[in-house]
Write a protein that binds this ligand. Sequence first.
Ligand SMILES: Cc1cc2nc3c(=O)[nH]c(=O)nc-3n(C[C@H](O)[C@H](O)[C@H](O)COP(=O)(O)OP(=O)(O)OC[C@H]3O[C@@H](n4cnc5c(N)ncnc54)[C@H](O)[C@@H]3O)c2cc1C
Length: 377
Amino acid sequence: MVEFTPEQQAFAQAVRDFCEREVGTREQRAKYTADGPHSEELYRKMAELGWAGIIVGEEYGGAGAGNVELCIFLEESLRGMAPVGGIGPTFITAAAYERFASEELKKEVLANVVAGDSLSIAMSEPEAGSDVANLSCRAEKVDGGWLINGQKTWISNAAIASSILLIARTERTDKKHEGITQFHVPAGTKGLEIVPIETLGGREQNDLYFTDCFIPDDYVVGEVNQGWWQLMAGLNTERLILGAMQLGLAERSFDDTLKFITERKQFGRPVGTFQALRHRMADHATEIECTKLLVYSLAAKADANPTKMFPREASMVKLKSTEVSKAMTIDGMQMMGGYGYTKEFDAEALMRSAIISTVYGGTNEIQRDIIGKTYGL
Ligand SMILES: Cc1cc2nc3c(=O)[nH]c(=O)nc-3n(C[C@H](O)[C@H](O)[C@H](O)COP(=O)(O)OP(=O)(O)OC[C@H]3O[C@@H](n4cnc5c(N)ncnc54)[C@H](O)[C@@H]3O)c2cc1C
């Protein structure tokens, strides 16, 4: 079992209490989600408590906490169903800025993150999904900066982000991982059009169209042509973020299912007392505990070795957490009978969130490939 320090337990409880107080009922959540799955109002309240800058360094106004605290915050926020859909991409992108951006950019962008702004990261393209290094959105050198032309797709929260971290091609060699560069693109930059995509989960993802979009030299994040290796340096953090979020989601599904099957009676007794359901709940609880151990053991390892990459463990975290949340939310609906299918309960919303998690952040087929390769296969 995962053991937290007294401080970490108190922090988890504080996030839990916040969610209970602000979004503990469906009516409260509905108030916050009238404009979409990310409530800026709620996120700014979290920011006032210092949580939006939890992993941002203290020199940039953040809390400078480690990966364990980051995971606690995300796990509890998702378990509490806080409608802050922009949180994952924001943290992933903020960590990339902190690692590689210039001091001037860090001061500006990370201060915004600490205050509750959202960020977004643009890698994927119509022809560069799993094979993302095949990207072709082009940045051409011009006097004083770069001219961007091309398309990005699936970009989460781009429409609400105050800036987007763009991954573009600056050079074409016979090695596709070379010649990639990261750029800071503030919201509203001329030459960038953002078009939302309709999905099962709403309109969180977006197509981005760049047409002769000028980005000054100062907005290069890190080194020109080193963008791929900069991306790889963020994989521990990215997969921990996704893992902790799906862990929280699975826990919420478990909590809600347990409550329902304890209250719902058929044949004169709670349906949860039928062995067919009781055993499945025992399996769910065990899967959650396995996921929790994986997430927090990687978080602790990454805290102890901040510059070391853990490709096998990071992919295992992403794979396990997302498969568990997907399977559990679908099975949770089954155990709720017809009620799980209605909008009267949260089961269908949890299922819609979980079901796509095996695709984004590198599909689970790709995660299995990475894990297999670490065994020399
Ligand atoms: C909800 C959502 C949010 C997203 N957010 C972002 C974002 O913020 N920023 C961003 O840049 N991108 C984002 N993406 C894009 C996401 O990372 C890609 O969708 C994902 O990498 C898969 O690419 P694809 O959809 O083109 O599928 P494809 O790569 O076309 O894959 C199709 C199928 O083939 C399988 N496959 C492909 N190659 C292999 C292989 N070598 N071995 C085995 N199987 C393989 C895949 O696993 C998949 O099942 C998001 C996507 C979604 C759906």
